[in-house]
Ligand binder design. Structure first.
Ligand SMILES: Nc1nc2c(ncn2[C@@H]2O[C@H](COP(=O)(O)OP(=O)(O)OP(=O)(O)O)[C@@H](O)[C@H]2O)c(=O)[nH]1
Ligand SMILES: [Mg+2]
Length: 376
């Protein structure tokens, strides 16, 4: 039977097992900077509205590393409400001079490969070495039912308790473009707050790796042994984007197989062009569970930074990523304003119908609509 203390108010006290409804007790948190105290007051009184902070309060709070304000600033820049977007952009503009001084690492791999466990192990190791680590997730599919939030809370338990670490679950589900904008800006806010390592987790099953690749310096692909790439659901394109392949779960019985897989992948990578100039993708084995190989994996990141910083590739990639991002934002803005334009909304059905029944060529249809858009 449901624990009475968590009986929702709509379930009668004597309802017994007839009411299957129950509320799972909340997780005492604090790792994301949110208050650990419940604000709910007896009798269901509405929670007090929080005073909106001024731009200065946001900016100084972030620069001082105030975790509550950091979390609130991220919430502000994640908001789609027009007033928030304006304030968020102004705050971000003031934070810009303090951003960029971090290494941004993307971590991908199929569900269950061990990304969260790996981040927990790597994150703790980096904190021990004096780094400050921010962990973000890009998971547009859903942040409610799948991995991210659950993973953060249950599998990054130790990292979540470290004062040097900050874990931010994926923004609530939305379009990949929307989630990506939020994640990029969250990276900047975290950098301004002094985090010098940004780990971005994403699921290796779709378009999101390409998006994450476009916002990180180093891209890691976690893999498993014992199954072909196709079985792992990894597309060749994802392997080609990686700066390092890490064969995880190289422990116990699996260790030898992992080493054999490493040799195979090294061979295979030989025939692939590398994505980063001056850097050949590397293959290592590791165990996120035992911690073996995690330091070696980080060593690859450090070597990469050193080589590409010396060659100028590091700064060059960041520059081109930012410029690409501007283009992406413009495209998104234009697409949205086009399809939401009242005249387009009104005319598109008949023009599309004409194309569908073969009375109007597609190019003429597109041109006609663009003319409508431009003339209003
Ligand atoms: N033996 C072994 N098990 C591991 C290792 N790393 C992770 N696991 C286990 O694999 C399972 C999945 O790990 P997660 O870290 O949640 O995997 P994930 O890739 O984050 O999964 P999603 O967030 O659902 O995509 C857990 O039960 C882990 O304990 C490892 O190195 N060795
Ligand atoms: Mg996970």
């Amino acid at each position: 039977m449901a624990d009475q203390s968590h009986r929702p108010e709509w379930v009668p006290a004597e309802g017994g097992d007839a009411f299957a409804t129950q509320v799972t007790p909340g997780v005492e948190g604090g790792h994301d900077g949110m208050s650990t105290k419940s604000r709910r007051t007896a009798g269901g009184a509405s929670r007090p509205r929080r005073r909106r902070l001024t731009n200065d309060e946001y900016v100084h709070g972030v620069l001082e590393g105030n975790r509550t304000i950091l979390a609130r600033t991220i919430t502000l820049v994640e908001s789609n409400a027009q007033a928030h977007v304006e304030q968020g952009q102004e705050v971000l503009r003031q934070l810009m001079p303090h951003t960029g001084r971090s290494i941004r690492v993307g971590i991908t791999g199929v569900p269950g490969v061990g990304k969260s466990t790996f981040i927990e192990a790597l994150g703790c190791l980096l904190c021990d070495r004096g780094h400050r680590v921010a962990v973000l997730a890009v998971d547009p599919s859903s942040s409610v039912t799948r991995g991210s939030i659950l993973g953060d809370k249950t599998r990054m338990e130790q990292l979540a308790r470290r004062p040097e670490a900050f874990i931010r679950p994926s923004p609530s589900a939305g379009t990949l473009g929307g989630v990506a904008r939020k994640s990029r800006e969250t990276i900047l806010v975290c950098e301004a707050a002094g985090f010098d390592v940004i780990l971005v987790e994403t699921m290796g099953v779709g378009q999101s790796e390409i998006t994450v690749r476009s916002m990180v310096d180093f891209f890691m692909l976690l893999m498993l042994t014992g199954a072909g790439d196709e079985l792992q659901g990894i597309k060749k394109g994802v392997i080609e984007m990686a700066d390092a392949l890490l064969i995880n779960k190289a422990d116990g019985d699996n260790k030898l197989r992992a080493q054999a897989a490493k040799a195979d992948y090294m061979q295979a990578l030989h025939y692939l062009a590398s994505t980063t100039q001056g850097w050949r993708p590397q293959v290592e084995t590791c165990s996120a569970l035992t911690g073996e190989g995690i330091a070696a994996a980080w060593k690859l990141v450090e070597q990469f930074c050193q080589i590409t910083t010396e060659s100028g590739g590091f700064a060059e990639r960041r520059r081109s990523q930012t410029l690409d991002w501007v283009n992406t934002l413009i495209e998104e803005y234009l697409r949205t304003s086009f399809f939401q334009h009242p005249a387009i909304v009104e005319q598109i059905p008949q023009i599309k119908a004409a194309v569908a029944d073969g009375t109007m060529p597609a190019t003429a249809a597109a041109q006609a609509l663009v003319r409508v858009f431009e003339s209003r």
